[in-house]
Design a protein around this ligand. Sequence first.
Ligand code: HEC
Ligand code: HEC
Length: 336
Amino acid sequence: MRRLGVAVGSLIVLVGGAAAVLELKPPKMRAVDASKRFEASPDRVARGRYIVEAEAHCLHCHSDRDWKTHGAPVLPGMDGAGWDVPWADNHMPGPVFAPNLTPDAETGIGAVPDDAVARAIREGIGHDGRALIMMPYESYRNLSDEDVASVVAYLRTLPPVKKARGKTAIAAPVRWLVKMMPKPLTAPVADNRASDPIARGKQLSEIGQCQSCHTPVDARHQPLPGMAFAGGQPFTIDGVRYLSANITPDASGISHFSEELFIQTMRTGNVGARRLAPIMPWSEIRKLTDDDLKALWAYLKTVTPVAHDVERTPVDLKDNPAIDDRMAPPTTAAAQ
Ligand code: HEC
Ligand code: HEC
């Protein structure tokens, strides 16, 4: 009995020790060069606007929206001022806040050095040295140095809005896993915009996070193998659950689309007479040029077709309390 007590005691000390190490270990990050300034030339601001508004749809997350209206328009005057992601809807173990990106010095990023903003975008480290959750920095990792400088230059032109940011607070052990994700960039990234339409479409798909939303995930939010773009990932907004669509060129996906229907869908948010749920960020993707939308379509036609019939009827979770899509806590093995 005493032996067992000692064994349990040392186990608690061991687990407690491991937890303390995981808690205190900072994420991998490079130092910020606070003296670096990205000059705001008109070309840069224009390029940055296109990346922020169309390619990367940054403000889909970083603005308060009217989610009940088609295309979820930004609430008046709140462009880029941040979004308090409803905790009940975010499928994560704790509240998440997409911060205010406007140049307000107190509540926005006005006082955050250019290089710290660039590091957050491509490397996932906040100005406070925290590893970011939900911010899709892996999709933005291949943005070139000129692209990211342009994004920062454009963000600096947003009208400043005062809106205080809440504190993201993710429970352990997910918090520890999030800390293991960031990888610092250690070399310059040259301009890499592809000119071949399929290659360009692939880049747009990555920056536009089509896969992150359109590939189904397991209970720990890991993509299911062999199911790229096959749909069925749940999203909840205002208590209503939507599943993403199968966008592979299969009969259960978008093989019935033409280039014309695809472009029309992206521009209007309607597939024929059916309206797309506002989770699909078409109100930003619609700002892509014709050539870029054609490139995206050319790429989607090349992805592996997957037969996956997704039931797309929105579900009001109030009436279906048995549905629970929240992220399962990772196992201890995964946390180590
Ligand atoms: C899917 C939603 C989403 C998209 C799209 C998104 N972000 Fe974020 N972003 C977040 C969230 C959520 C956080 C805060 C995460 C946290 O607190 O851990 C964040 C954090 C940031 C930060 C960190 C600010 C700080 O504290 O230092 C910056 C800068 C940022 N985002 C810029 C961008 C830019 C620029 C884009 C587009 C290129 C973008 N975001 C796209 C959700 C998003
Ligand atoms: C934030 C998540 C999210 C992102 C990012 C996203 N989608 Fe979607 N998309 C959805 C959801 C959810 C639906 C289903 C909407 C519905 O059922 O009304 C959808 C629907 C669609 C449809 C309509 C399919 C049909 O048959 O009705 C197309 C096409 C589409 N998305 C293409 C894309 C492309 C291309 C990208 C990348 C540029 C993309 N989506 C990025 C969530 C997303």
